[in-house]
Structure formats: C-alpha cells, structure tokens
Ligand binder design. Structure first.
Ligand SMILES: [Zn+2]
Length: 263
C-alpha cells in the first residue's frame, strides 16, 4: 500500500491525486507546474528488468507520414487526435488577440490556451512512450539512424515534422528504456544510405526524392514501401556484420559499417 500525501520543505503536507509507493527512497524530487496543475516527480534507482525478447534485431525508421516503421513490418502511426486540439488552440489564440492584457477575461483565456498546449504535448509524449516501451521490452537489439536533425531543420517543411514527432525525445526515451529492459540500442551513422539501398540486393540508388514513397530497385526488381525498406536496411546493418565476422569481431565490423555508437 502506498500513501496519498507528501511532505515538502517550507510548504508542508500536500495531498496527491495518485497513490505514491512507500517502499522506495527517491534520489531526488522535482516539483513542476504545467498550466494550472502541479506535478511531483521522483528519481529512483532500479535494477534492470530482463523481459523476454520476441525479436532479436529490429530496425526502426522514423518518418514524417507515419511515426515509425519497423523492419518486422509493424507500423506506428503518429498521434492524430491532437490535430483537432491544435486547430482549437489556434482559434483560441486568434479570439484572444484583442483582449486587454492582464484583464480577467484575458487571464481566463490564457489559462485555457496553456491547458490545451499541455494536452497536446501530453498526447505526443504518450504516443512516443508507447512506441519506445514496446521496442525496448520486446527486442534484443534496436537499430536506429542518427538523424541529421540540424540538416533537417534547414528544410522548413521537415522542421515542423521533426519537432512534432519529437525525434530527440524518441532517442532519449529509448536510451534509458533499453538500459531498464536490458536491450541494446545501436545508432547507425547518419551517412548510412538506409533509404537509397535496396534491402534485397544491396544496390544503391543514385537518388531518391522524398516524394517517392515506394522503393523500386532497377537492379533486381524488388519493390517495397520506402520506410520498410529503410527499416530492413537498418536491421541488416547489424545482423549481417555479426554473422559475417563472428561475435568477437562484431564491434569492429560495426564501426566499419558506419555504426557510431552502442548504448
Ligand atoms: Zn535490388
């Protein structure tokens, strides 16, 4: 059983909405305020949990149209539900533009805007959490691409998508969850041509525009979805070098294949 209050310095006893566990000693406690609500978060030390891994190696291609495509063929859609909230948000901001600053009506509207912002952020974060937990729990090795985020930011169309999907947040969550569930995160060099390479025969295309959603190999005739092809290449970047060189040389082989970092 837990308890439903916490004693804070200066403030004193505060009742919490959720029941708190009573058998852990937090290393640190952080209090934050989002819109009009207060949150308390604890940092605790925990041993890694070894879950049964259903798949050995999985490649993950993050995208703009779909959040993630896995080399197993599974597809994770981005959170669509917040699109409605976003239009509501811009409408509120528009309606609020002529109100007298710091008037009661203005304050009320500002709070409503802040609440909506928080809701949108929460939905995004929740979608990412579901994906990263699923990956870390069920796969021994997860291969992702080190995204050239600064390069992508230069492209305005992509910049919004990158920010929306939370690529940084995706990697941050995956890093700590892999440690928690005893799986390995492998980050492939951003120069690895995962999109342009045929996952069937290894032929590398000269160019592939962003609008081309299907990968058609002119060499072997193989055809599959662009994102799935990229995810398959990421998965193979690891497994092929491991089988070709034996486990002892796996690390060397990885660095030759352009794999940057093993977390
Ligand atoms: Zn091919």
């Amino acid at each position: 059983m837990g308890f439903n209050h916490i004693k804070l310095p200066r403030i004193g006893c505060v009742k919490t909405f959720e029941i708190l566990p009573d058998n852990v000693t937090p290393k640190s406690v952080t209090i934050t305020k989002k819109a009009d609500r207060w949150f308390v978060s604890f940092k605790i030390e925990t041993a890694s949990i070894n879950t049964e891994k259903l798949v050995d190696v999985v490649g993950v291609d993050l995208g703009v149209k779909t959040l993630a495509t896995l080399s197993t063929g599974e597809v994770f859609d981005g959170a669509k539900s917040y699109k409605k909230l976003e239009s509501k948000l811009s409408r509120l901001q528009y309606l609020n533009r002529h109100k007298t600053k710091f008037s009661n009506n203005w304050k009320k509207a500002q709070l409503r805007i802040a609440q909506l912002h928080t809701k949108v952020a929460d939905i995004r974060k929740d979608t990412l959490h579901k994906l990263t937990t699923y990956l870390a729990k069920n796969h021994s090795q997860i291969v992702i691409e080190d995204l050239n985020v600064s390069g992508m930011m230069a492209n305005h169309k992509l910049a919004k998508a990158v920010a929306d999907m939370g690529f940084y947040e995706f990697r941050r969550q995956l890093e700590y969850k892999c440690k928690l569930y005893d799986s390995e995160l492998i980050v492939v060099d951003r120069w690895f041509p995962s999109s342009k390479t045929c996952s069937h025969c290894g032929h590398v295309k000269q160019s592939l525009s962003l609008s081309e959603r299907t990968f058609d190999c002119e060499h072997c005739g193989f055809s599959c979805g662009r994102d799935l092809n990229a995810a398959l290449n990421l998965a193979m970047a690891v497994s092929s070098t491991v089988t070709a060189c034996g486990l002892d040389n796996a690390d060397v082989a990885r660095s030759e294949a352009g794999i940057e970092q093993i977390v």
